[in-house]
Write a new protein. Structure first.
Lengths: 434, 287
C-alpha cells in the first residue's frame, strides 16, 4: 500500500504531523507517569520514616505513675519537730518511700523480693517526696496517697513496649515484677498521665526522668547567638559584594570560596572551632557561645549566597530611580534595595538557621556532647543541643530511651517544619511582581 | 560598521569623498549644535562600553526653556549620551566617558564633582515607569527628604502637592496619597516619576523614551506636560517616535551609529533635512 500511494500523491505537512502525533503524546504520557511515580515514591519514603518515628515516639508523651500511700513519718523526716527547711531538705526520703512500699506489700519480706518492690518506682521518687514536703510541710505526720513516677521497666511494660509473652530471660523484666504490677493495676494504683517532665527536666541516666528542657534551652541560646553573629555579617558581606565591590579577579576568587565554604562538611567547621575558638582564643568549651561561633561560621556562606541572590532579584530600575533623584549609593541600598530584598534574605537566613538547628557533628567536636543534667541559664553555661541529645539517647542501652529518642526527634522535626513554614509564608507574603 | 549602514552612506550625497575614504564614516555634525543661553554644553564626548565605542565626538548644547529631542535608530547612542548628562553611566561596569560636559560652566566629569548633588540638579525620567514600591506621597517626598530641602512636615506636604500639580497628577491622586505608587496606571506612574523628579527642583530634566511603555492617551498627557515643564526647566528627551519629537521639541538631534549626524530647529529637521541619513530616517526609509 505504501508503495502505491507514496509516488503518486505528495504527502502534505498535516499528514506527517498527524502520523507522529500519537507517538509524541505517548511520550508525554510516559514522562508524566514517571514524574508522578517519582513523587509518590519519595512521599512514601518520607511518610514511612515519619510514621515510624511517630509510632515509636508518641508513647514518650505519656508517663506511668504509681499511687503509693506514703506515710510521712515525722520520726524520719523531722525528728526534732522544728520544720526547719534545711532539715526537711536533708531528710532520708528514700527510707520514707521504702517503708511506705513495704506497707503496700506486707506479704513480701525477702530482701530480693523487696528490691523488686523498690524498683517499681523511679529513682527520682524520693526527690518527688522531698519537693512535696518542702512546699507543703503540713503533710508531715499524715498518710497521703501520692502518685509517684514509675520505674523505667514498669513504664515500658504498662505502655506495651515490653512483651509479656516472651520468655523471662529475653524480656528484661521478671515474672515476679509483672505480678506485682498486675496487683497494683487491679487496685487502680497504676495510671498513665501526660508527661510534663519530658518538657521540663534536663537529661538523666534514668529514662523515666530524662527530658529535653536542657537541650531545648541549649538549642535556643545557641541559635539566638548564631543568628546575631551570622545575620548582620552575612547580609553586610552580601551587600558589599553584590552592590559595591568592583568586579575583578579578587571578588571572583572570594565568590568561588564562599560557594565552596557552603559545601564544606560541617565536621570541618567543628575542628576549626576546636582549634581556633577553644584552643587559641580560650572560649569555654561545651557552651552555647562556642557552639554559636561554629554554627555561625557554617551558616555565614548560606546567608551570603541567599542574600546576594535576593539583592540580584531587585530590578535595576529601582536603583536607577533612587540614584536618579540624587540618593547616594548607600541610601539607595538602605532605603530601597535592602527592604525589597529582605524577604529573600530572611528566607535564606531561616533556611540557614534550620540547617544549624539540625546540626550535631561540629558540636561533638567542641564538647557539646557532655552529659549535662542542669538546664543552661546563659550563653556561657555548659549545654547540649537537641540533635546531640538525640544522638546521646540513641546510644543509651535502656529500653526507655528508645521512645524518648523518637519523641525528641519529633520535637526537632516540629521545629524544623515550623521554621521552613515560616520561610515559605514569608516568601508568599512579600513576593513582589514587577 | 554594518554592510547596511555603509550602503546607506554610499547613497548619501551629503557625504564627502573624504568621508568615504575613511571607510564610509560620517564625521562632524551638520547644523548648529550651539544655542544661546545654554544650560549644558557638551563638546567632543566619546563613550566606550569596554572596547566598543558607543558614541563618537558628540557635541550638543541643551538650552534653557527648551526641549531638545534626540532621535535615531536603535543602538545609535542617543540613550547613552543622555545618561552621560547626569553621570548615570557611572553605574555601568566598563563604561568610559571622555570629553567635556558642562553644567552651568562646571565640568561634571571633574574628579571633584560628586554625582549625588549633580543628579539632584539633573533629574531623570526613565523609559519604564519605575516608582518606588512605596506610597504615592513617599515617592514624591523621598528626594526632598534625603536632600533636606524642607524644614517641616507642612513644607514637605506643600512641596509634594506642587510637584504633583506640576506633573498634572494631583487631582487624580489627592485622595489616595498613602496608597502604593505601583498601583497606579502606567501613564499615572510615569507622571508620578516626573513629579518625583521635579520635587527636587532640578535645572535639567532628562527623559529616556518616557512614553514608550504608554498608550496614546497617556502619551498625549505626558507630551502636554513636557510642553508646560519647558517654561521652567531645560529638557532633553530621547524618543523613538518622530511625531513625538516634532510635537514636543524645539530642537532635534539626529544620531546615527554613535555619530551626531544633524542638529537643527525641529521644524527645519522635519521639513528640510540637510543630511541624506536624516532624510532617509524621518521619511521612514529605515529605522
Amino acid at each position: 500500500m505504501q508503495d502505491q500511494t507514496q509516488p503518486t500523491t505528495p504527502r502534505r505537512t498535516i499528514d506527517i504531523v498527524n502520523a507522529s502525533l500519537k507517538k509524541r503524546y505517548a511520550r508525554e504520557r510516559r514522562f508524566r507517569f514517571m514524574g508522578a511515580a517519582a513523587v509518590t515514591l519519595g512521599l512514601l519514603f518520607v511518610a514511612t520514616l515519619f510514621a515510624d518515628i511517630a509510632l515509636k515516639g508518641y508513647t514518650a508523651f505519656e508517663q506511668t505513675y504509681i499511687q503509693v500511700p506514703v506515710d510521712f513519718d515525722p520520726a524520719i523526716i523531722d525528728p526534732e519537730g522544728t520544720r526547719d527547711p534545711r532539715t526537711l531538705a536533708d531528710a532520708d526520703y528514700l527510707a520514707v518511700l521504702k517503708a511506705s512500699l513495704r506497707k503496700l506489700f506486707p506479704d513480701l519480706t525477702e530482701r530480693s523480693q523487696l528490691r523488686e518492690v523498690y524498683a517499681l518506682v523511679s529513682a527520682g521518687a524520693p526527690q518527688q517526696l522531698q519537693s512535696m514536703v518542702l512546699s507543703h510541710p503540713n503533710v508531715i505526720g499524715t498518710a497521703t496517697d501520692v502518685w509517684l513516677i514509675a520505674g523505667g521497666d514498669v513504664d515500658m511494660l504498662v505502655k506495651g513496649n515490653l512483651d509479656r509473652r516472651l520468655p523471662e530471660a529475653d524480656r528484661g523484666i521478671t515474672d515476679s515484677s509483672i505480678a506485682l504490677i498486675d496487683r497494683l493495676a487491679e487496685q487502680g494504683r497504676v495510671e498513665k498521665r501526660f508527661n510534663t517532665g519530658f518538657f521540663t527536666n534536663g537529661t538523666s541516666r534514668e529514662p523515666e526522668l530524662a527530658g529535653i528542657a536542657g537541650a531545648l534551652a541549649g538549642t535556643f541560646y545557641t541559635l539566638v547567638l548564631t543568628l546575631i553573629l551570622s545575620f548582620p555579617l552575612g547580609v553586610g558581606a552580601a551587600v558589599y559584594l553584590q552592590e559595591f565591590a568592583p568586579k575583578n579577579r579578587w571578588t571572583d576568587l572570594i565568590e568561588v570560596n564562599i560557594n565552596n565554604l557552603a559545601a564544606v562538611p560541617s565536621i570541618v567547621f567543628g575542628l576549626l572551632g576546636l582549634a581556633v575558638f577553644i584552643n587559641f582564643f580560650g572560649v569555654p568549651r561545651s557552651t552555647p557561645l562556642v557552639g554559636a561561633l561554629v554554627l555561625g561560621l557554617m551558616t555565614l556562606p548560606v546567608i551570603i549566597i541567599a542574600s546576594r541572590a535576593a539583592l540580584q532579584s531587585v530590578p535595576p530600575s529601582i536603583r536607577e530611580a533612587a540614584l536618579g533623584v540624587g540618593a547616594s549609593p548607600l541610601q539607595t541600598q538602605f532605603h530601597h534595595v535592602l527592604p525589597l530584598a529582605m524577604p529573600g534574605i530572611m528566607t535564606g537566613a531561616i533556611i540557614g538557621m534550620a540547617r544549624a538547628l539540625g546540626e550535631s557533628a561540629p558540636l561533638l567536636m567542641i564538647g557539646m556532647i557532655a552529659f549535662i543534667v542542669d538546664v543552661p541559664k546563659g550563653f556561657t553555661d555548659a549545654a547540649t543541643v537537641l540533635p546531640v541529645q538525640i544522638y546521646l539517647w540513641a546510644d543509651s542501652p535502656e529500653r526507655g530511651f528508645v521512645e524518648r529518642t523518637s519523641a525528641a526527634i519529633l520535637v526537632l522535626l516540629g521545629f524544623l517544619v515550623l521554621m521552613n513554614l515560616a520561610a515559605v509564608l514569608l516568601r508568599r507574603r512579600f513576593e513582589r511582581r514587577w | 560598521m554594518s554592510t547596511l549602514a555603509s550602503e546607506i552612506v554610499r547613497d548619501t550625497s551629503a557625504i564627502t569623498a573624504a568621508d568615504l575614504a575613511r571607510g564610509g564614516r560620517v564625521s562632524g555634525t551638520i547644523g548648529d549644535i550651539t544655542t544661546p543661553d545654554p544650560r549644558m554644553v557638551c563638546r567632543g564626548v566619546n563613550v566606550w562600553y569596554g572596547a566598543k565605542q558607543a558614541i563618537k565626538e558628540v557635541g550638543l548644547d541643551i538650552g534653557k526653556n527648551q526641549v531638545v529631542a534626540m532621535i535615531g535608530p536603535s543602538g545609535c547612542g542617543k540613550s547613552t549620551f543622555l545618561r552621560c548628562l547626569n553621570r548615570m553611566n557611572d553605574t555601568i561596569d566598563g563604561c568610559r566617558v571622555q570629553g567635556s560636559i558642562q553644567l552651568d560652566g562646571q565640568e561634571i566629569y571633574d574628579k571633584r564633582v560628586d554625582p549625588v548633588p549633580l543628579r539632584a540638579q539633573v533629574g531623570m525620567v526613565f523609559q519604564k515607569p519605575n516608582p518606588f514600591p512605596k506610597s504615592i506621597y513617599e515617592n514624591v517626598a523621598y528626594g526632598p527628604r534625603i536632600h533636606g530641602l524642607t524644614n517641616s512636615k507642612a513644607e514637605l506636604d506643600a512641596l509634594v502637592e506642587t510637584s504633583l500639580r506640576k506633573a498634572g497628577l494631583w487631582n487624580e491622586v489627592k485622595d489616595r496619597l498613602d496608597q502604593p505608587g505601583t498601583g497606579l496606571s502606567g501613564g499615572q506612574q510615569q507622571r508620578l516619576c516626573i513629579a518625583r523628579t521635579i520635587a527636587v527642583s532640578p535645572e535639567v530634566i532628562l527623559m529616556d523614551e518616557p512614553c514608550s511603555a504608554l498608550d496614546p492617551i497617556a502619551t498625549a498627557i505626558i507630551e502636554e506636560l513636557i510642553d508646560e515643564l519647558r517654561e521652567q526647566y531645560a529638557i532633553a528627551i530621547v524618543t523613538h517616535s518622530m511625531q513625538q519629537a516634532a510635537r514636543v521639541s524645539q530642537r532635534t538631534a539626529y544620531f546615527h551609529l554613535g555619530d551626531l549626524v544633524e542638529v537643527g530647529e525641529t521644524n527645519q529637521i522635519f521639513t528640510n533635512p540637510r543630511h541624506q541619513l536624516t532624510e532617509d530616517y524621518i521619511t521612514g526609509r529605515f529605522g
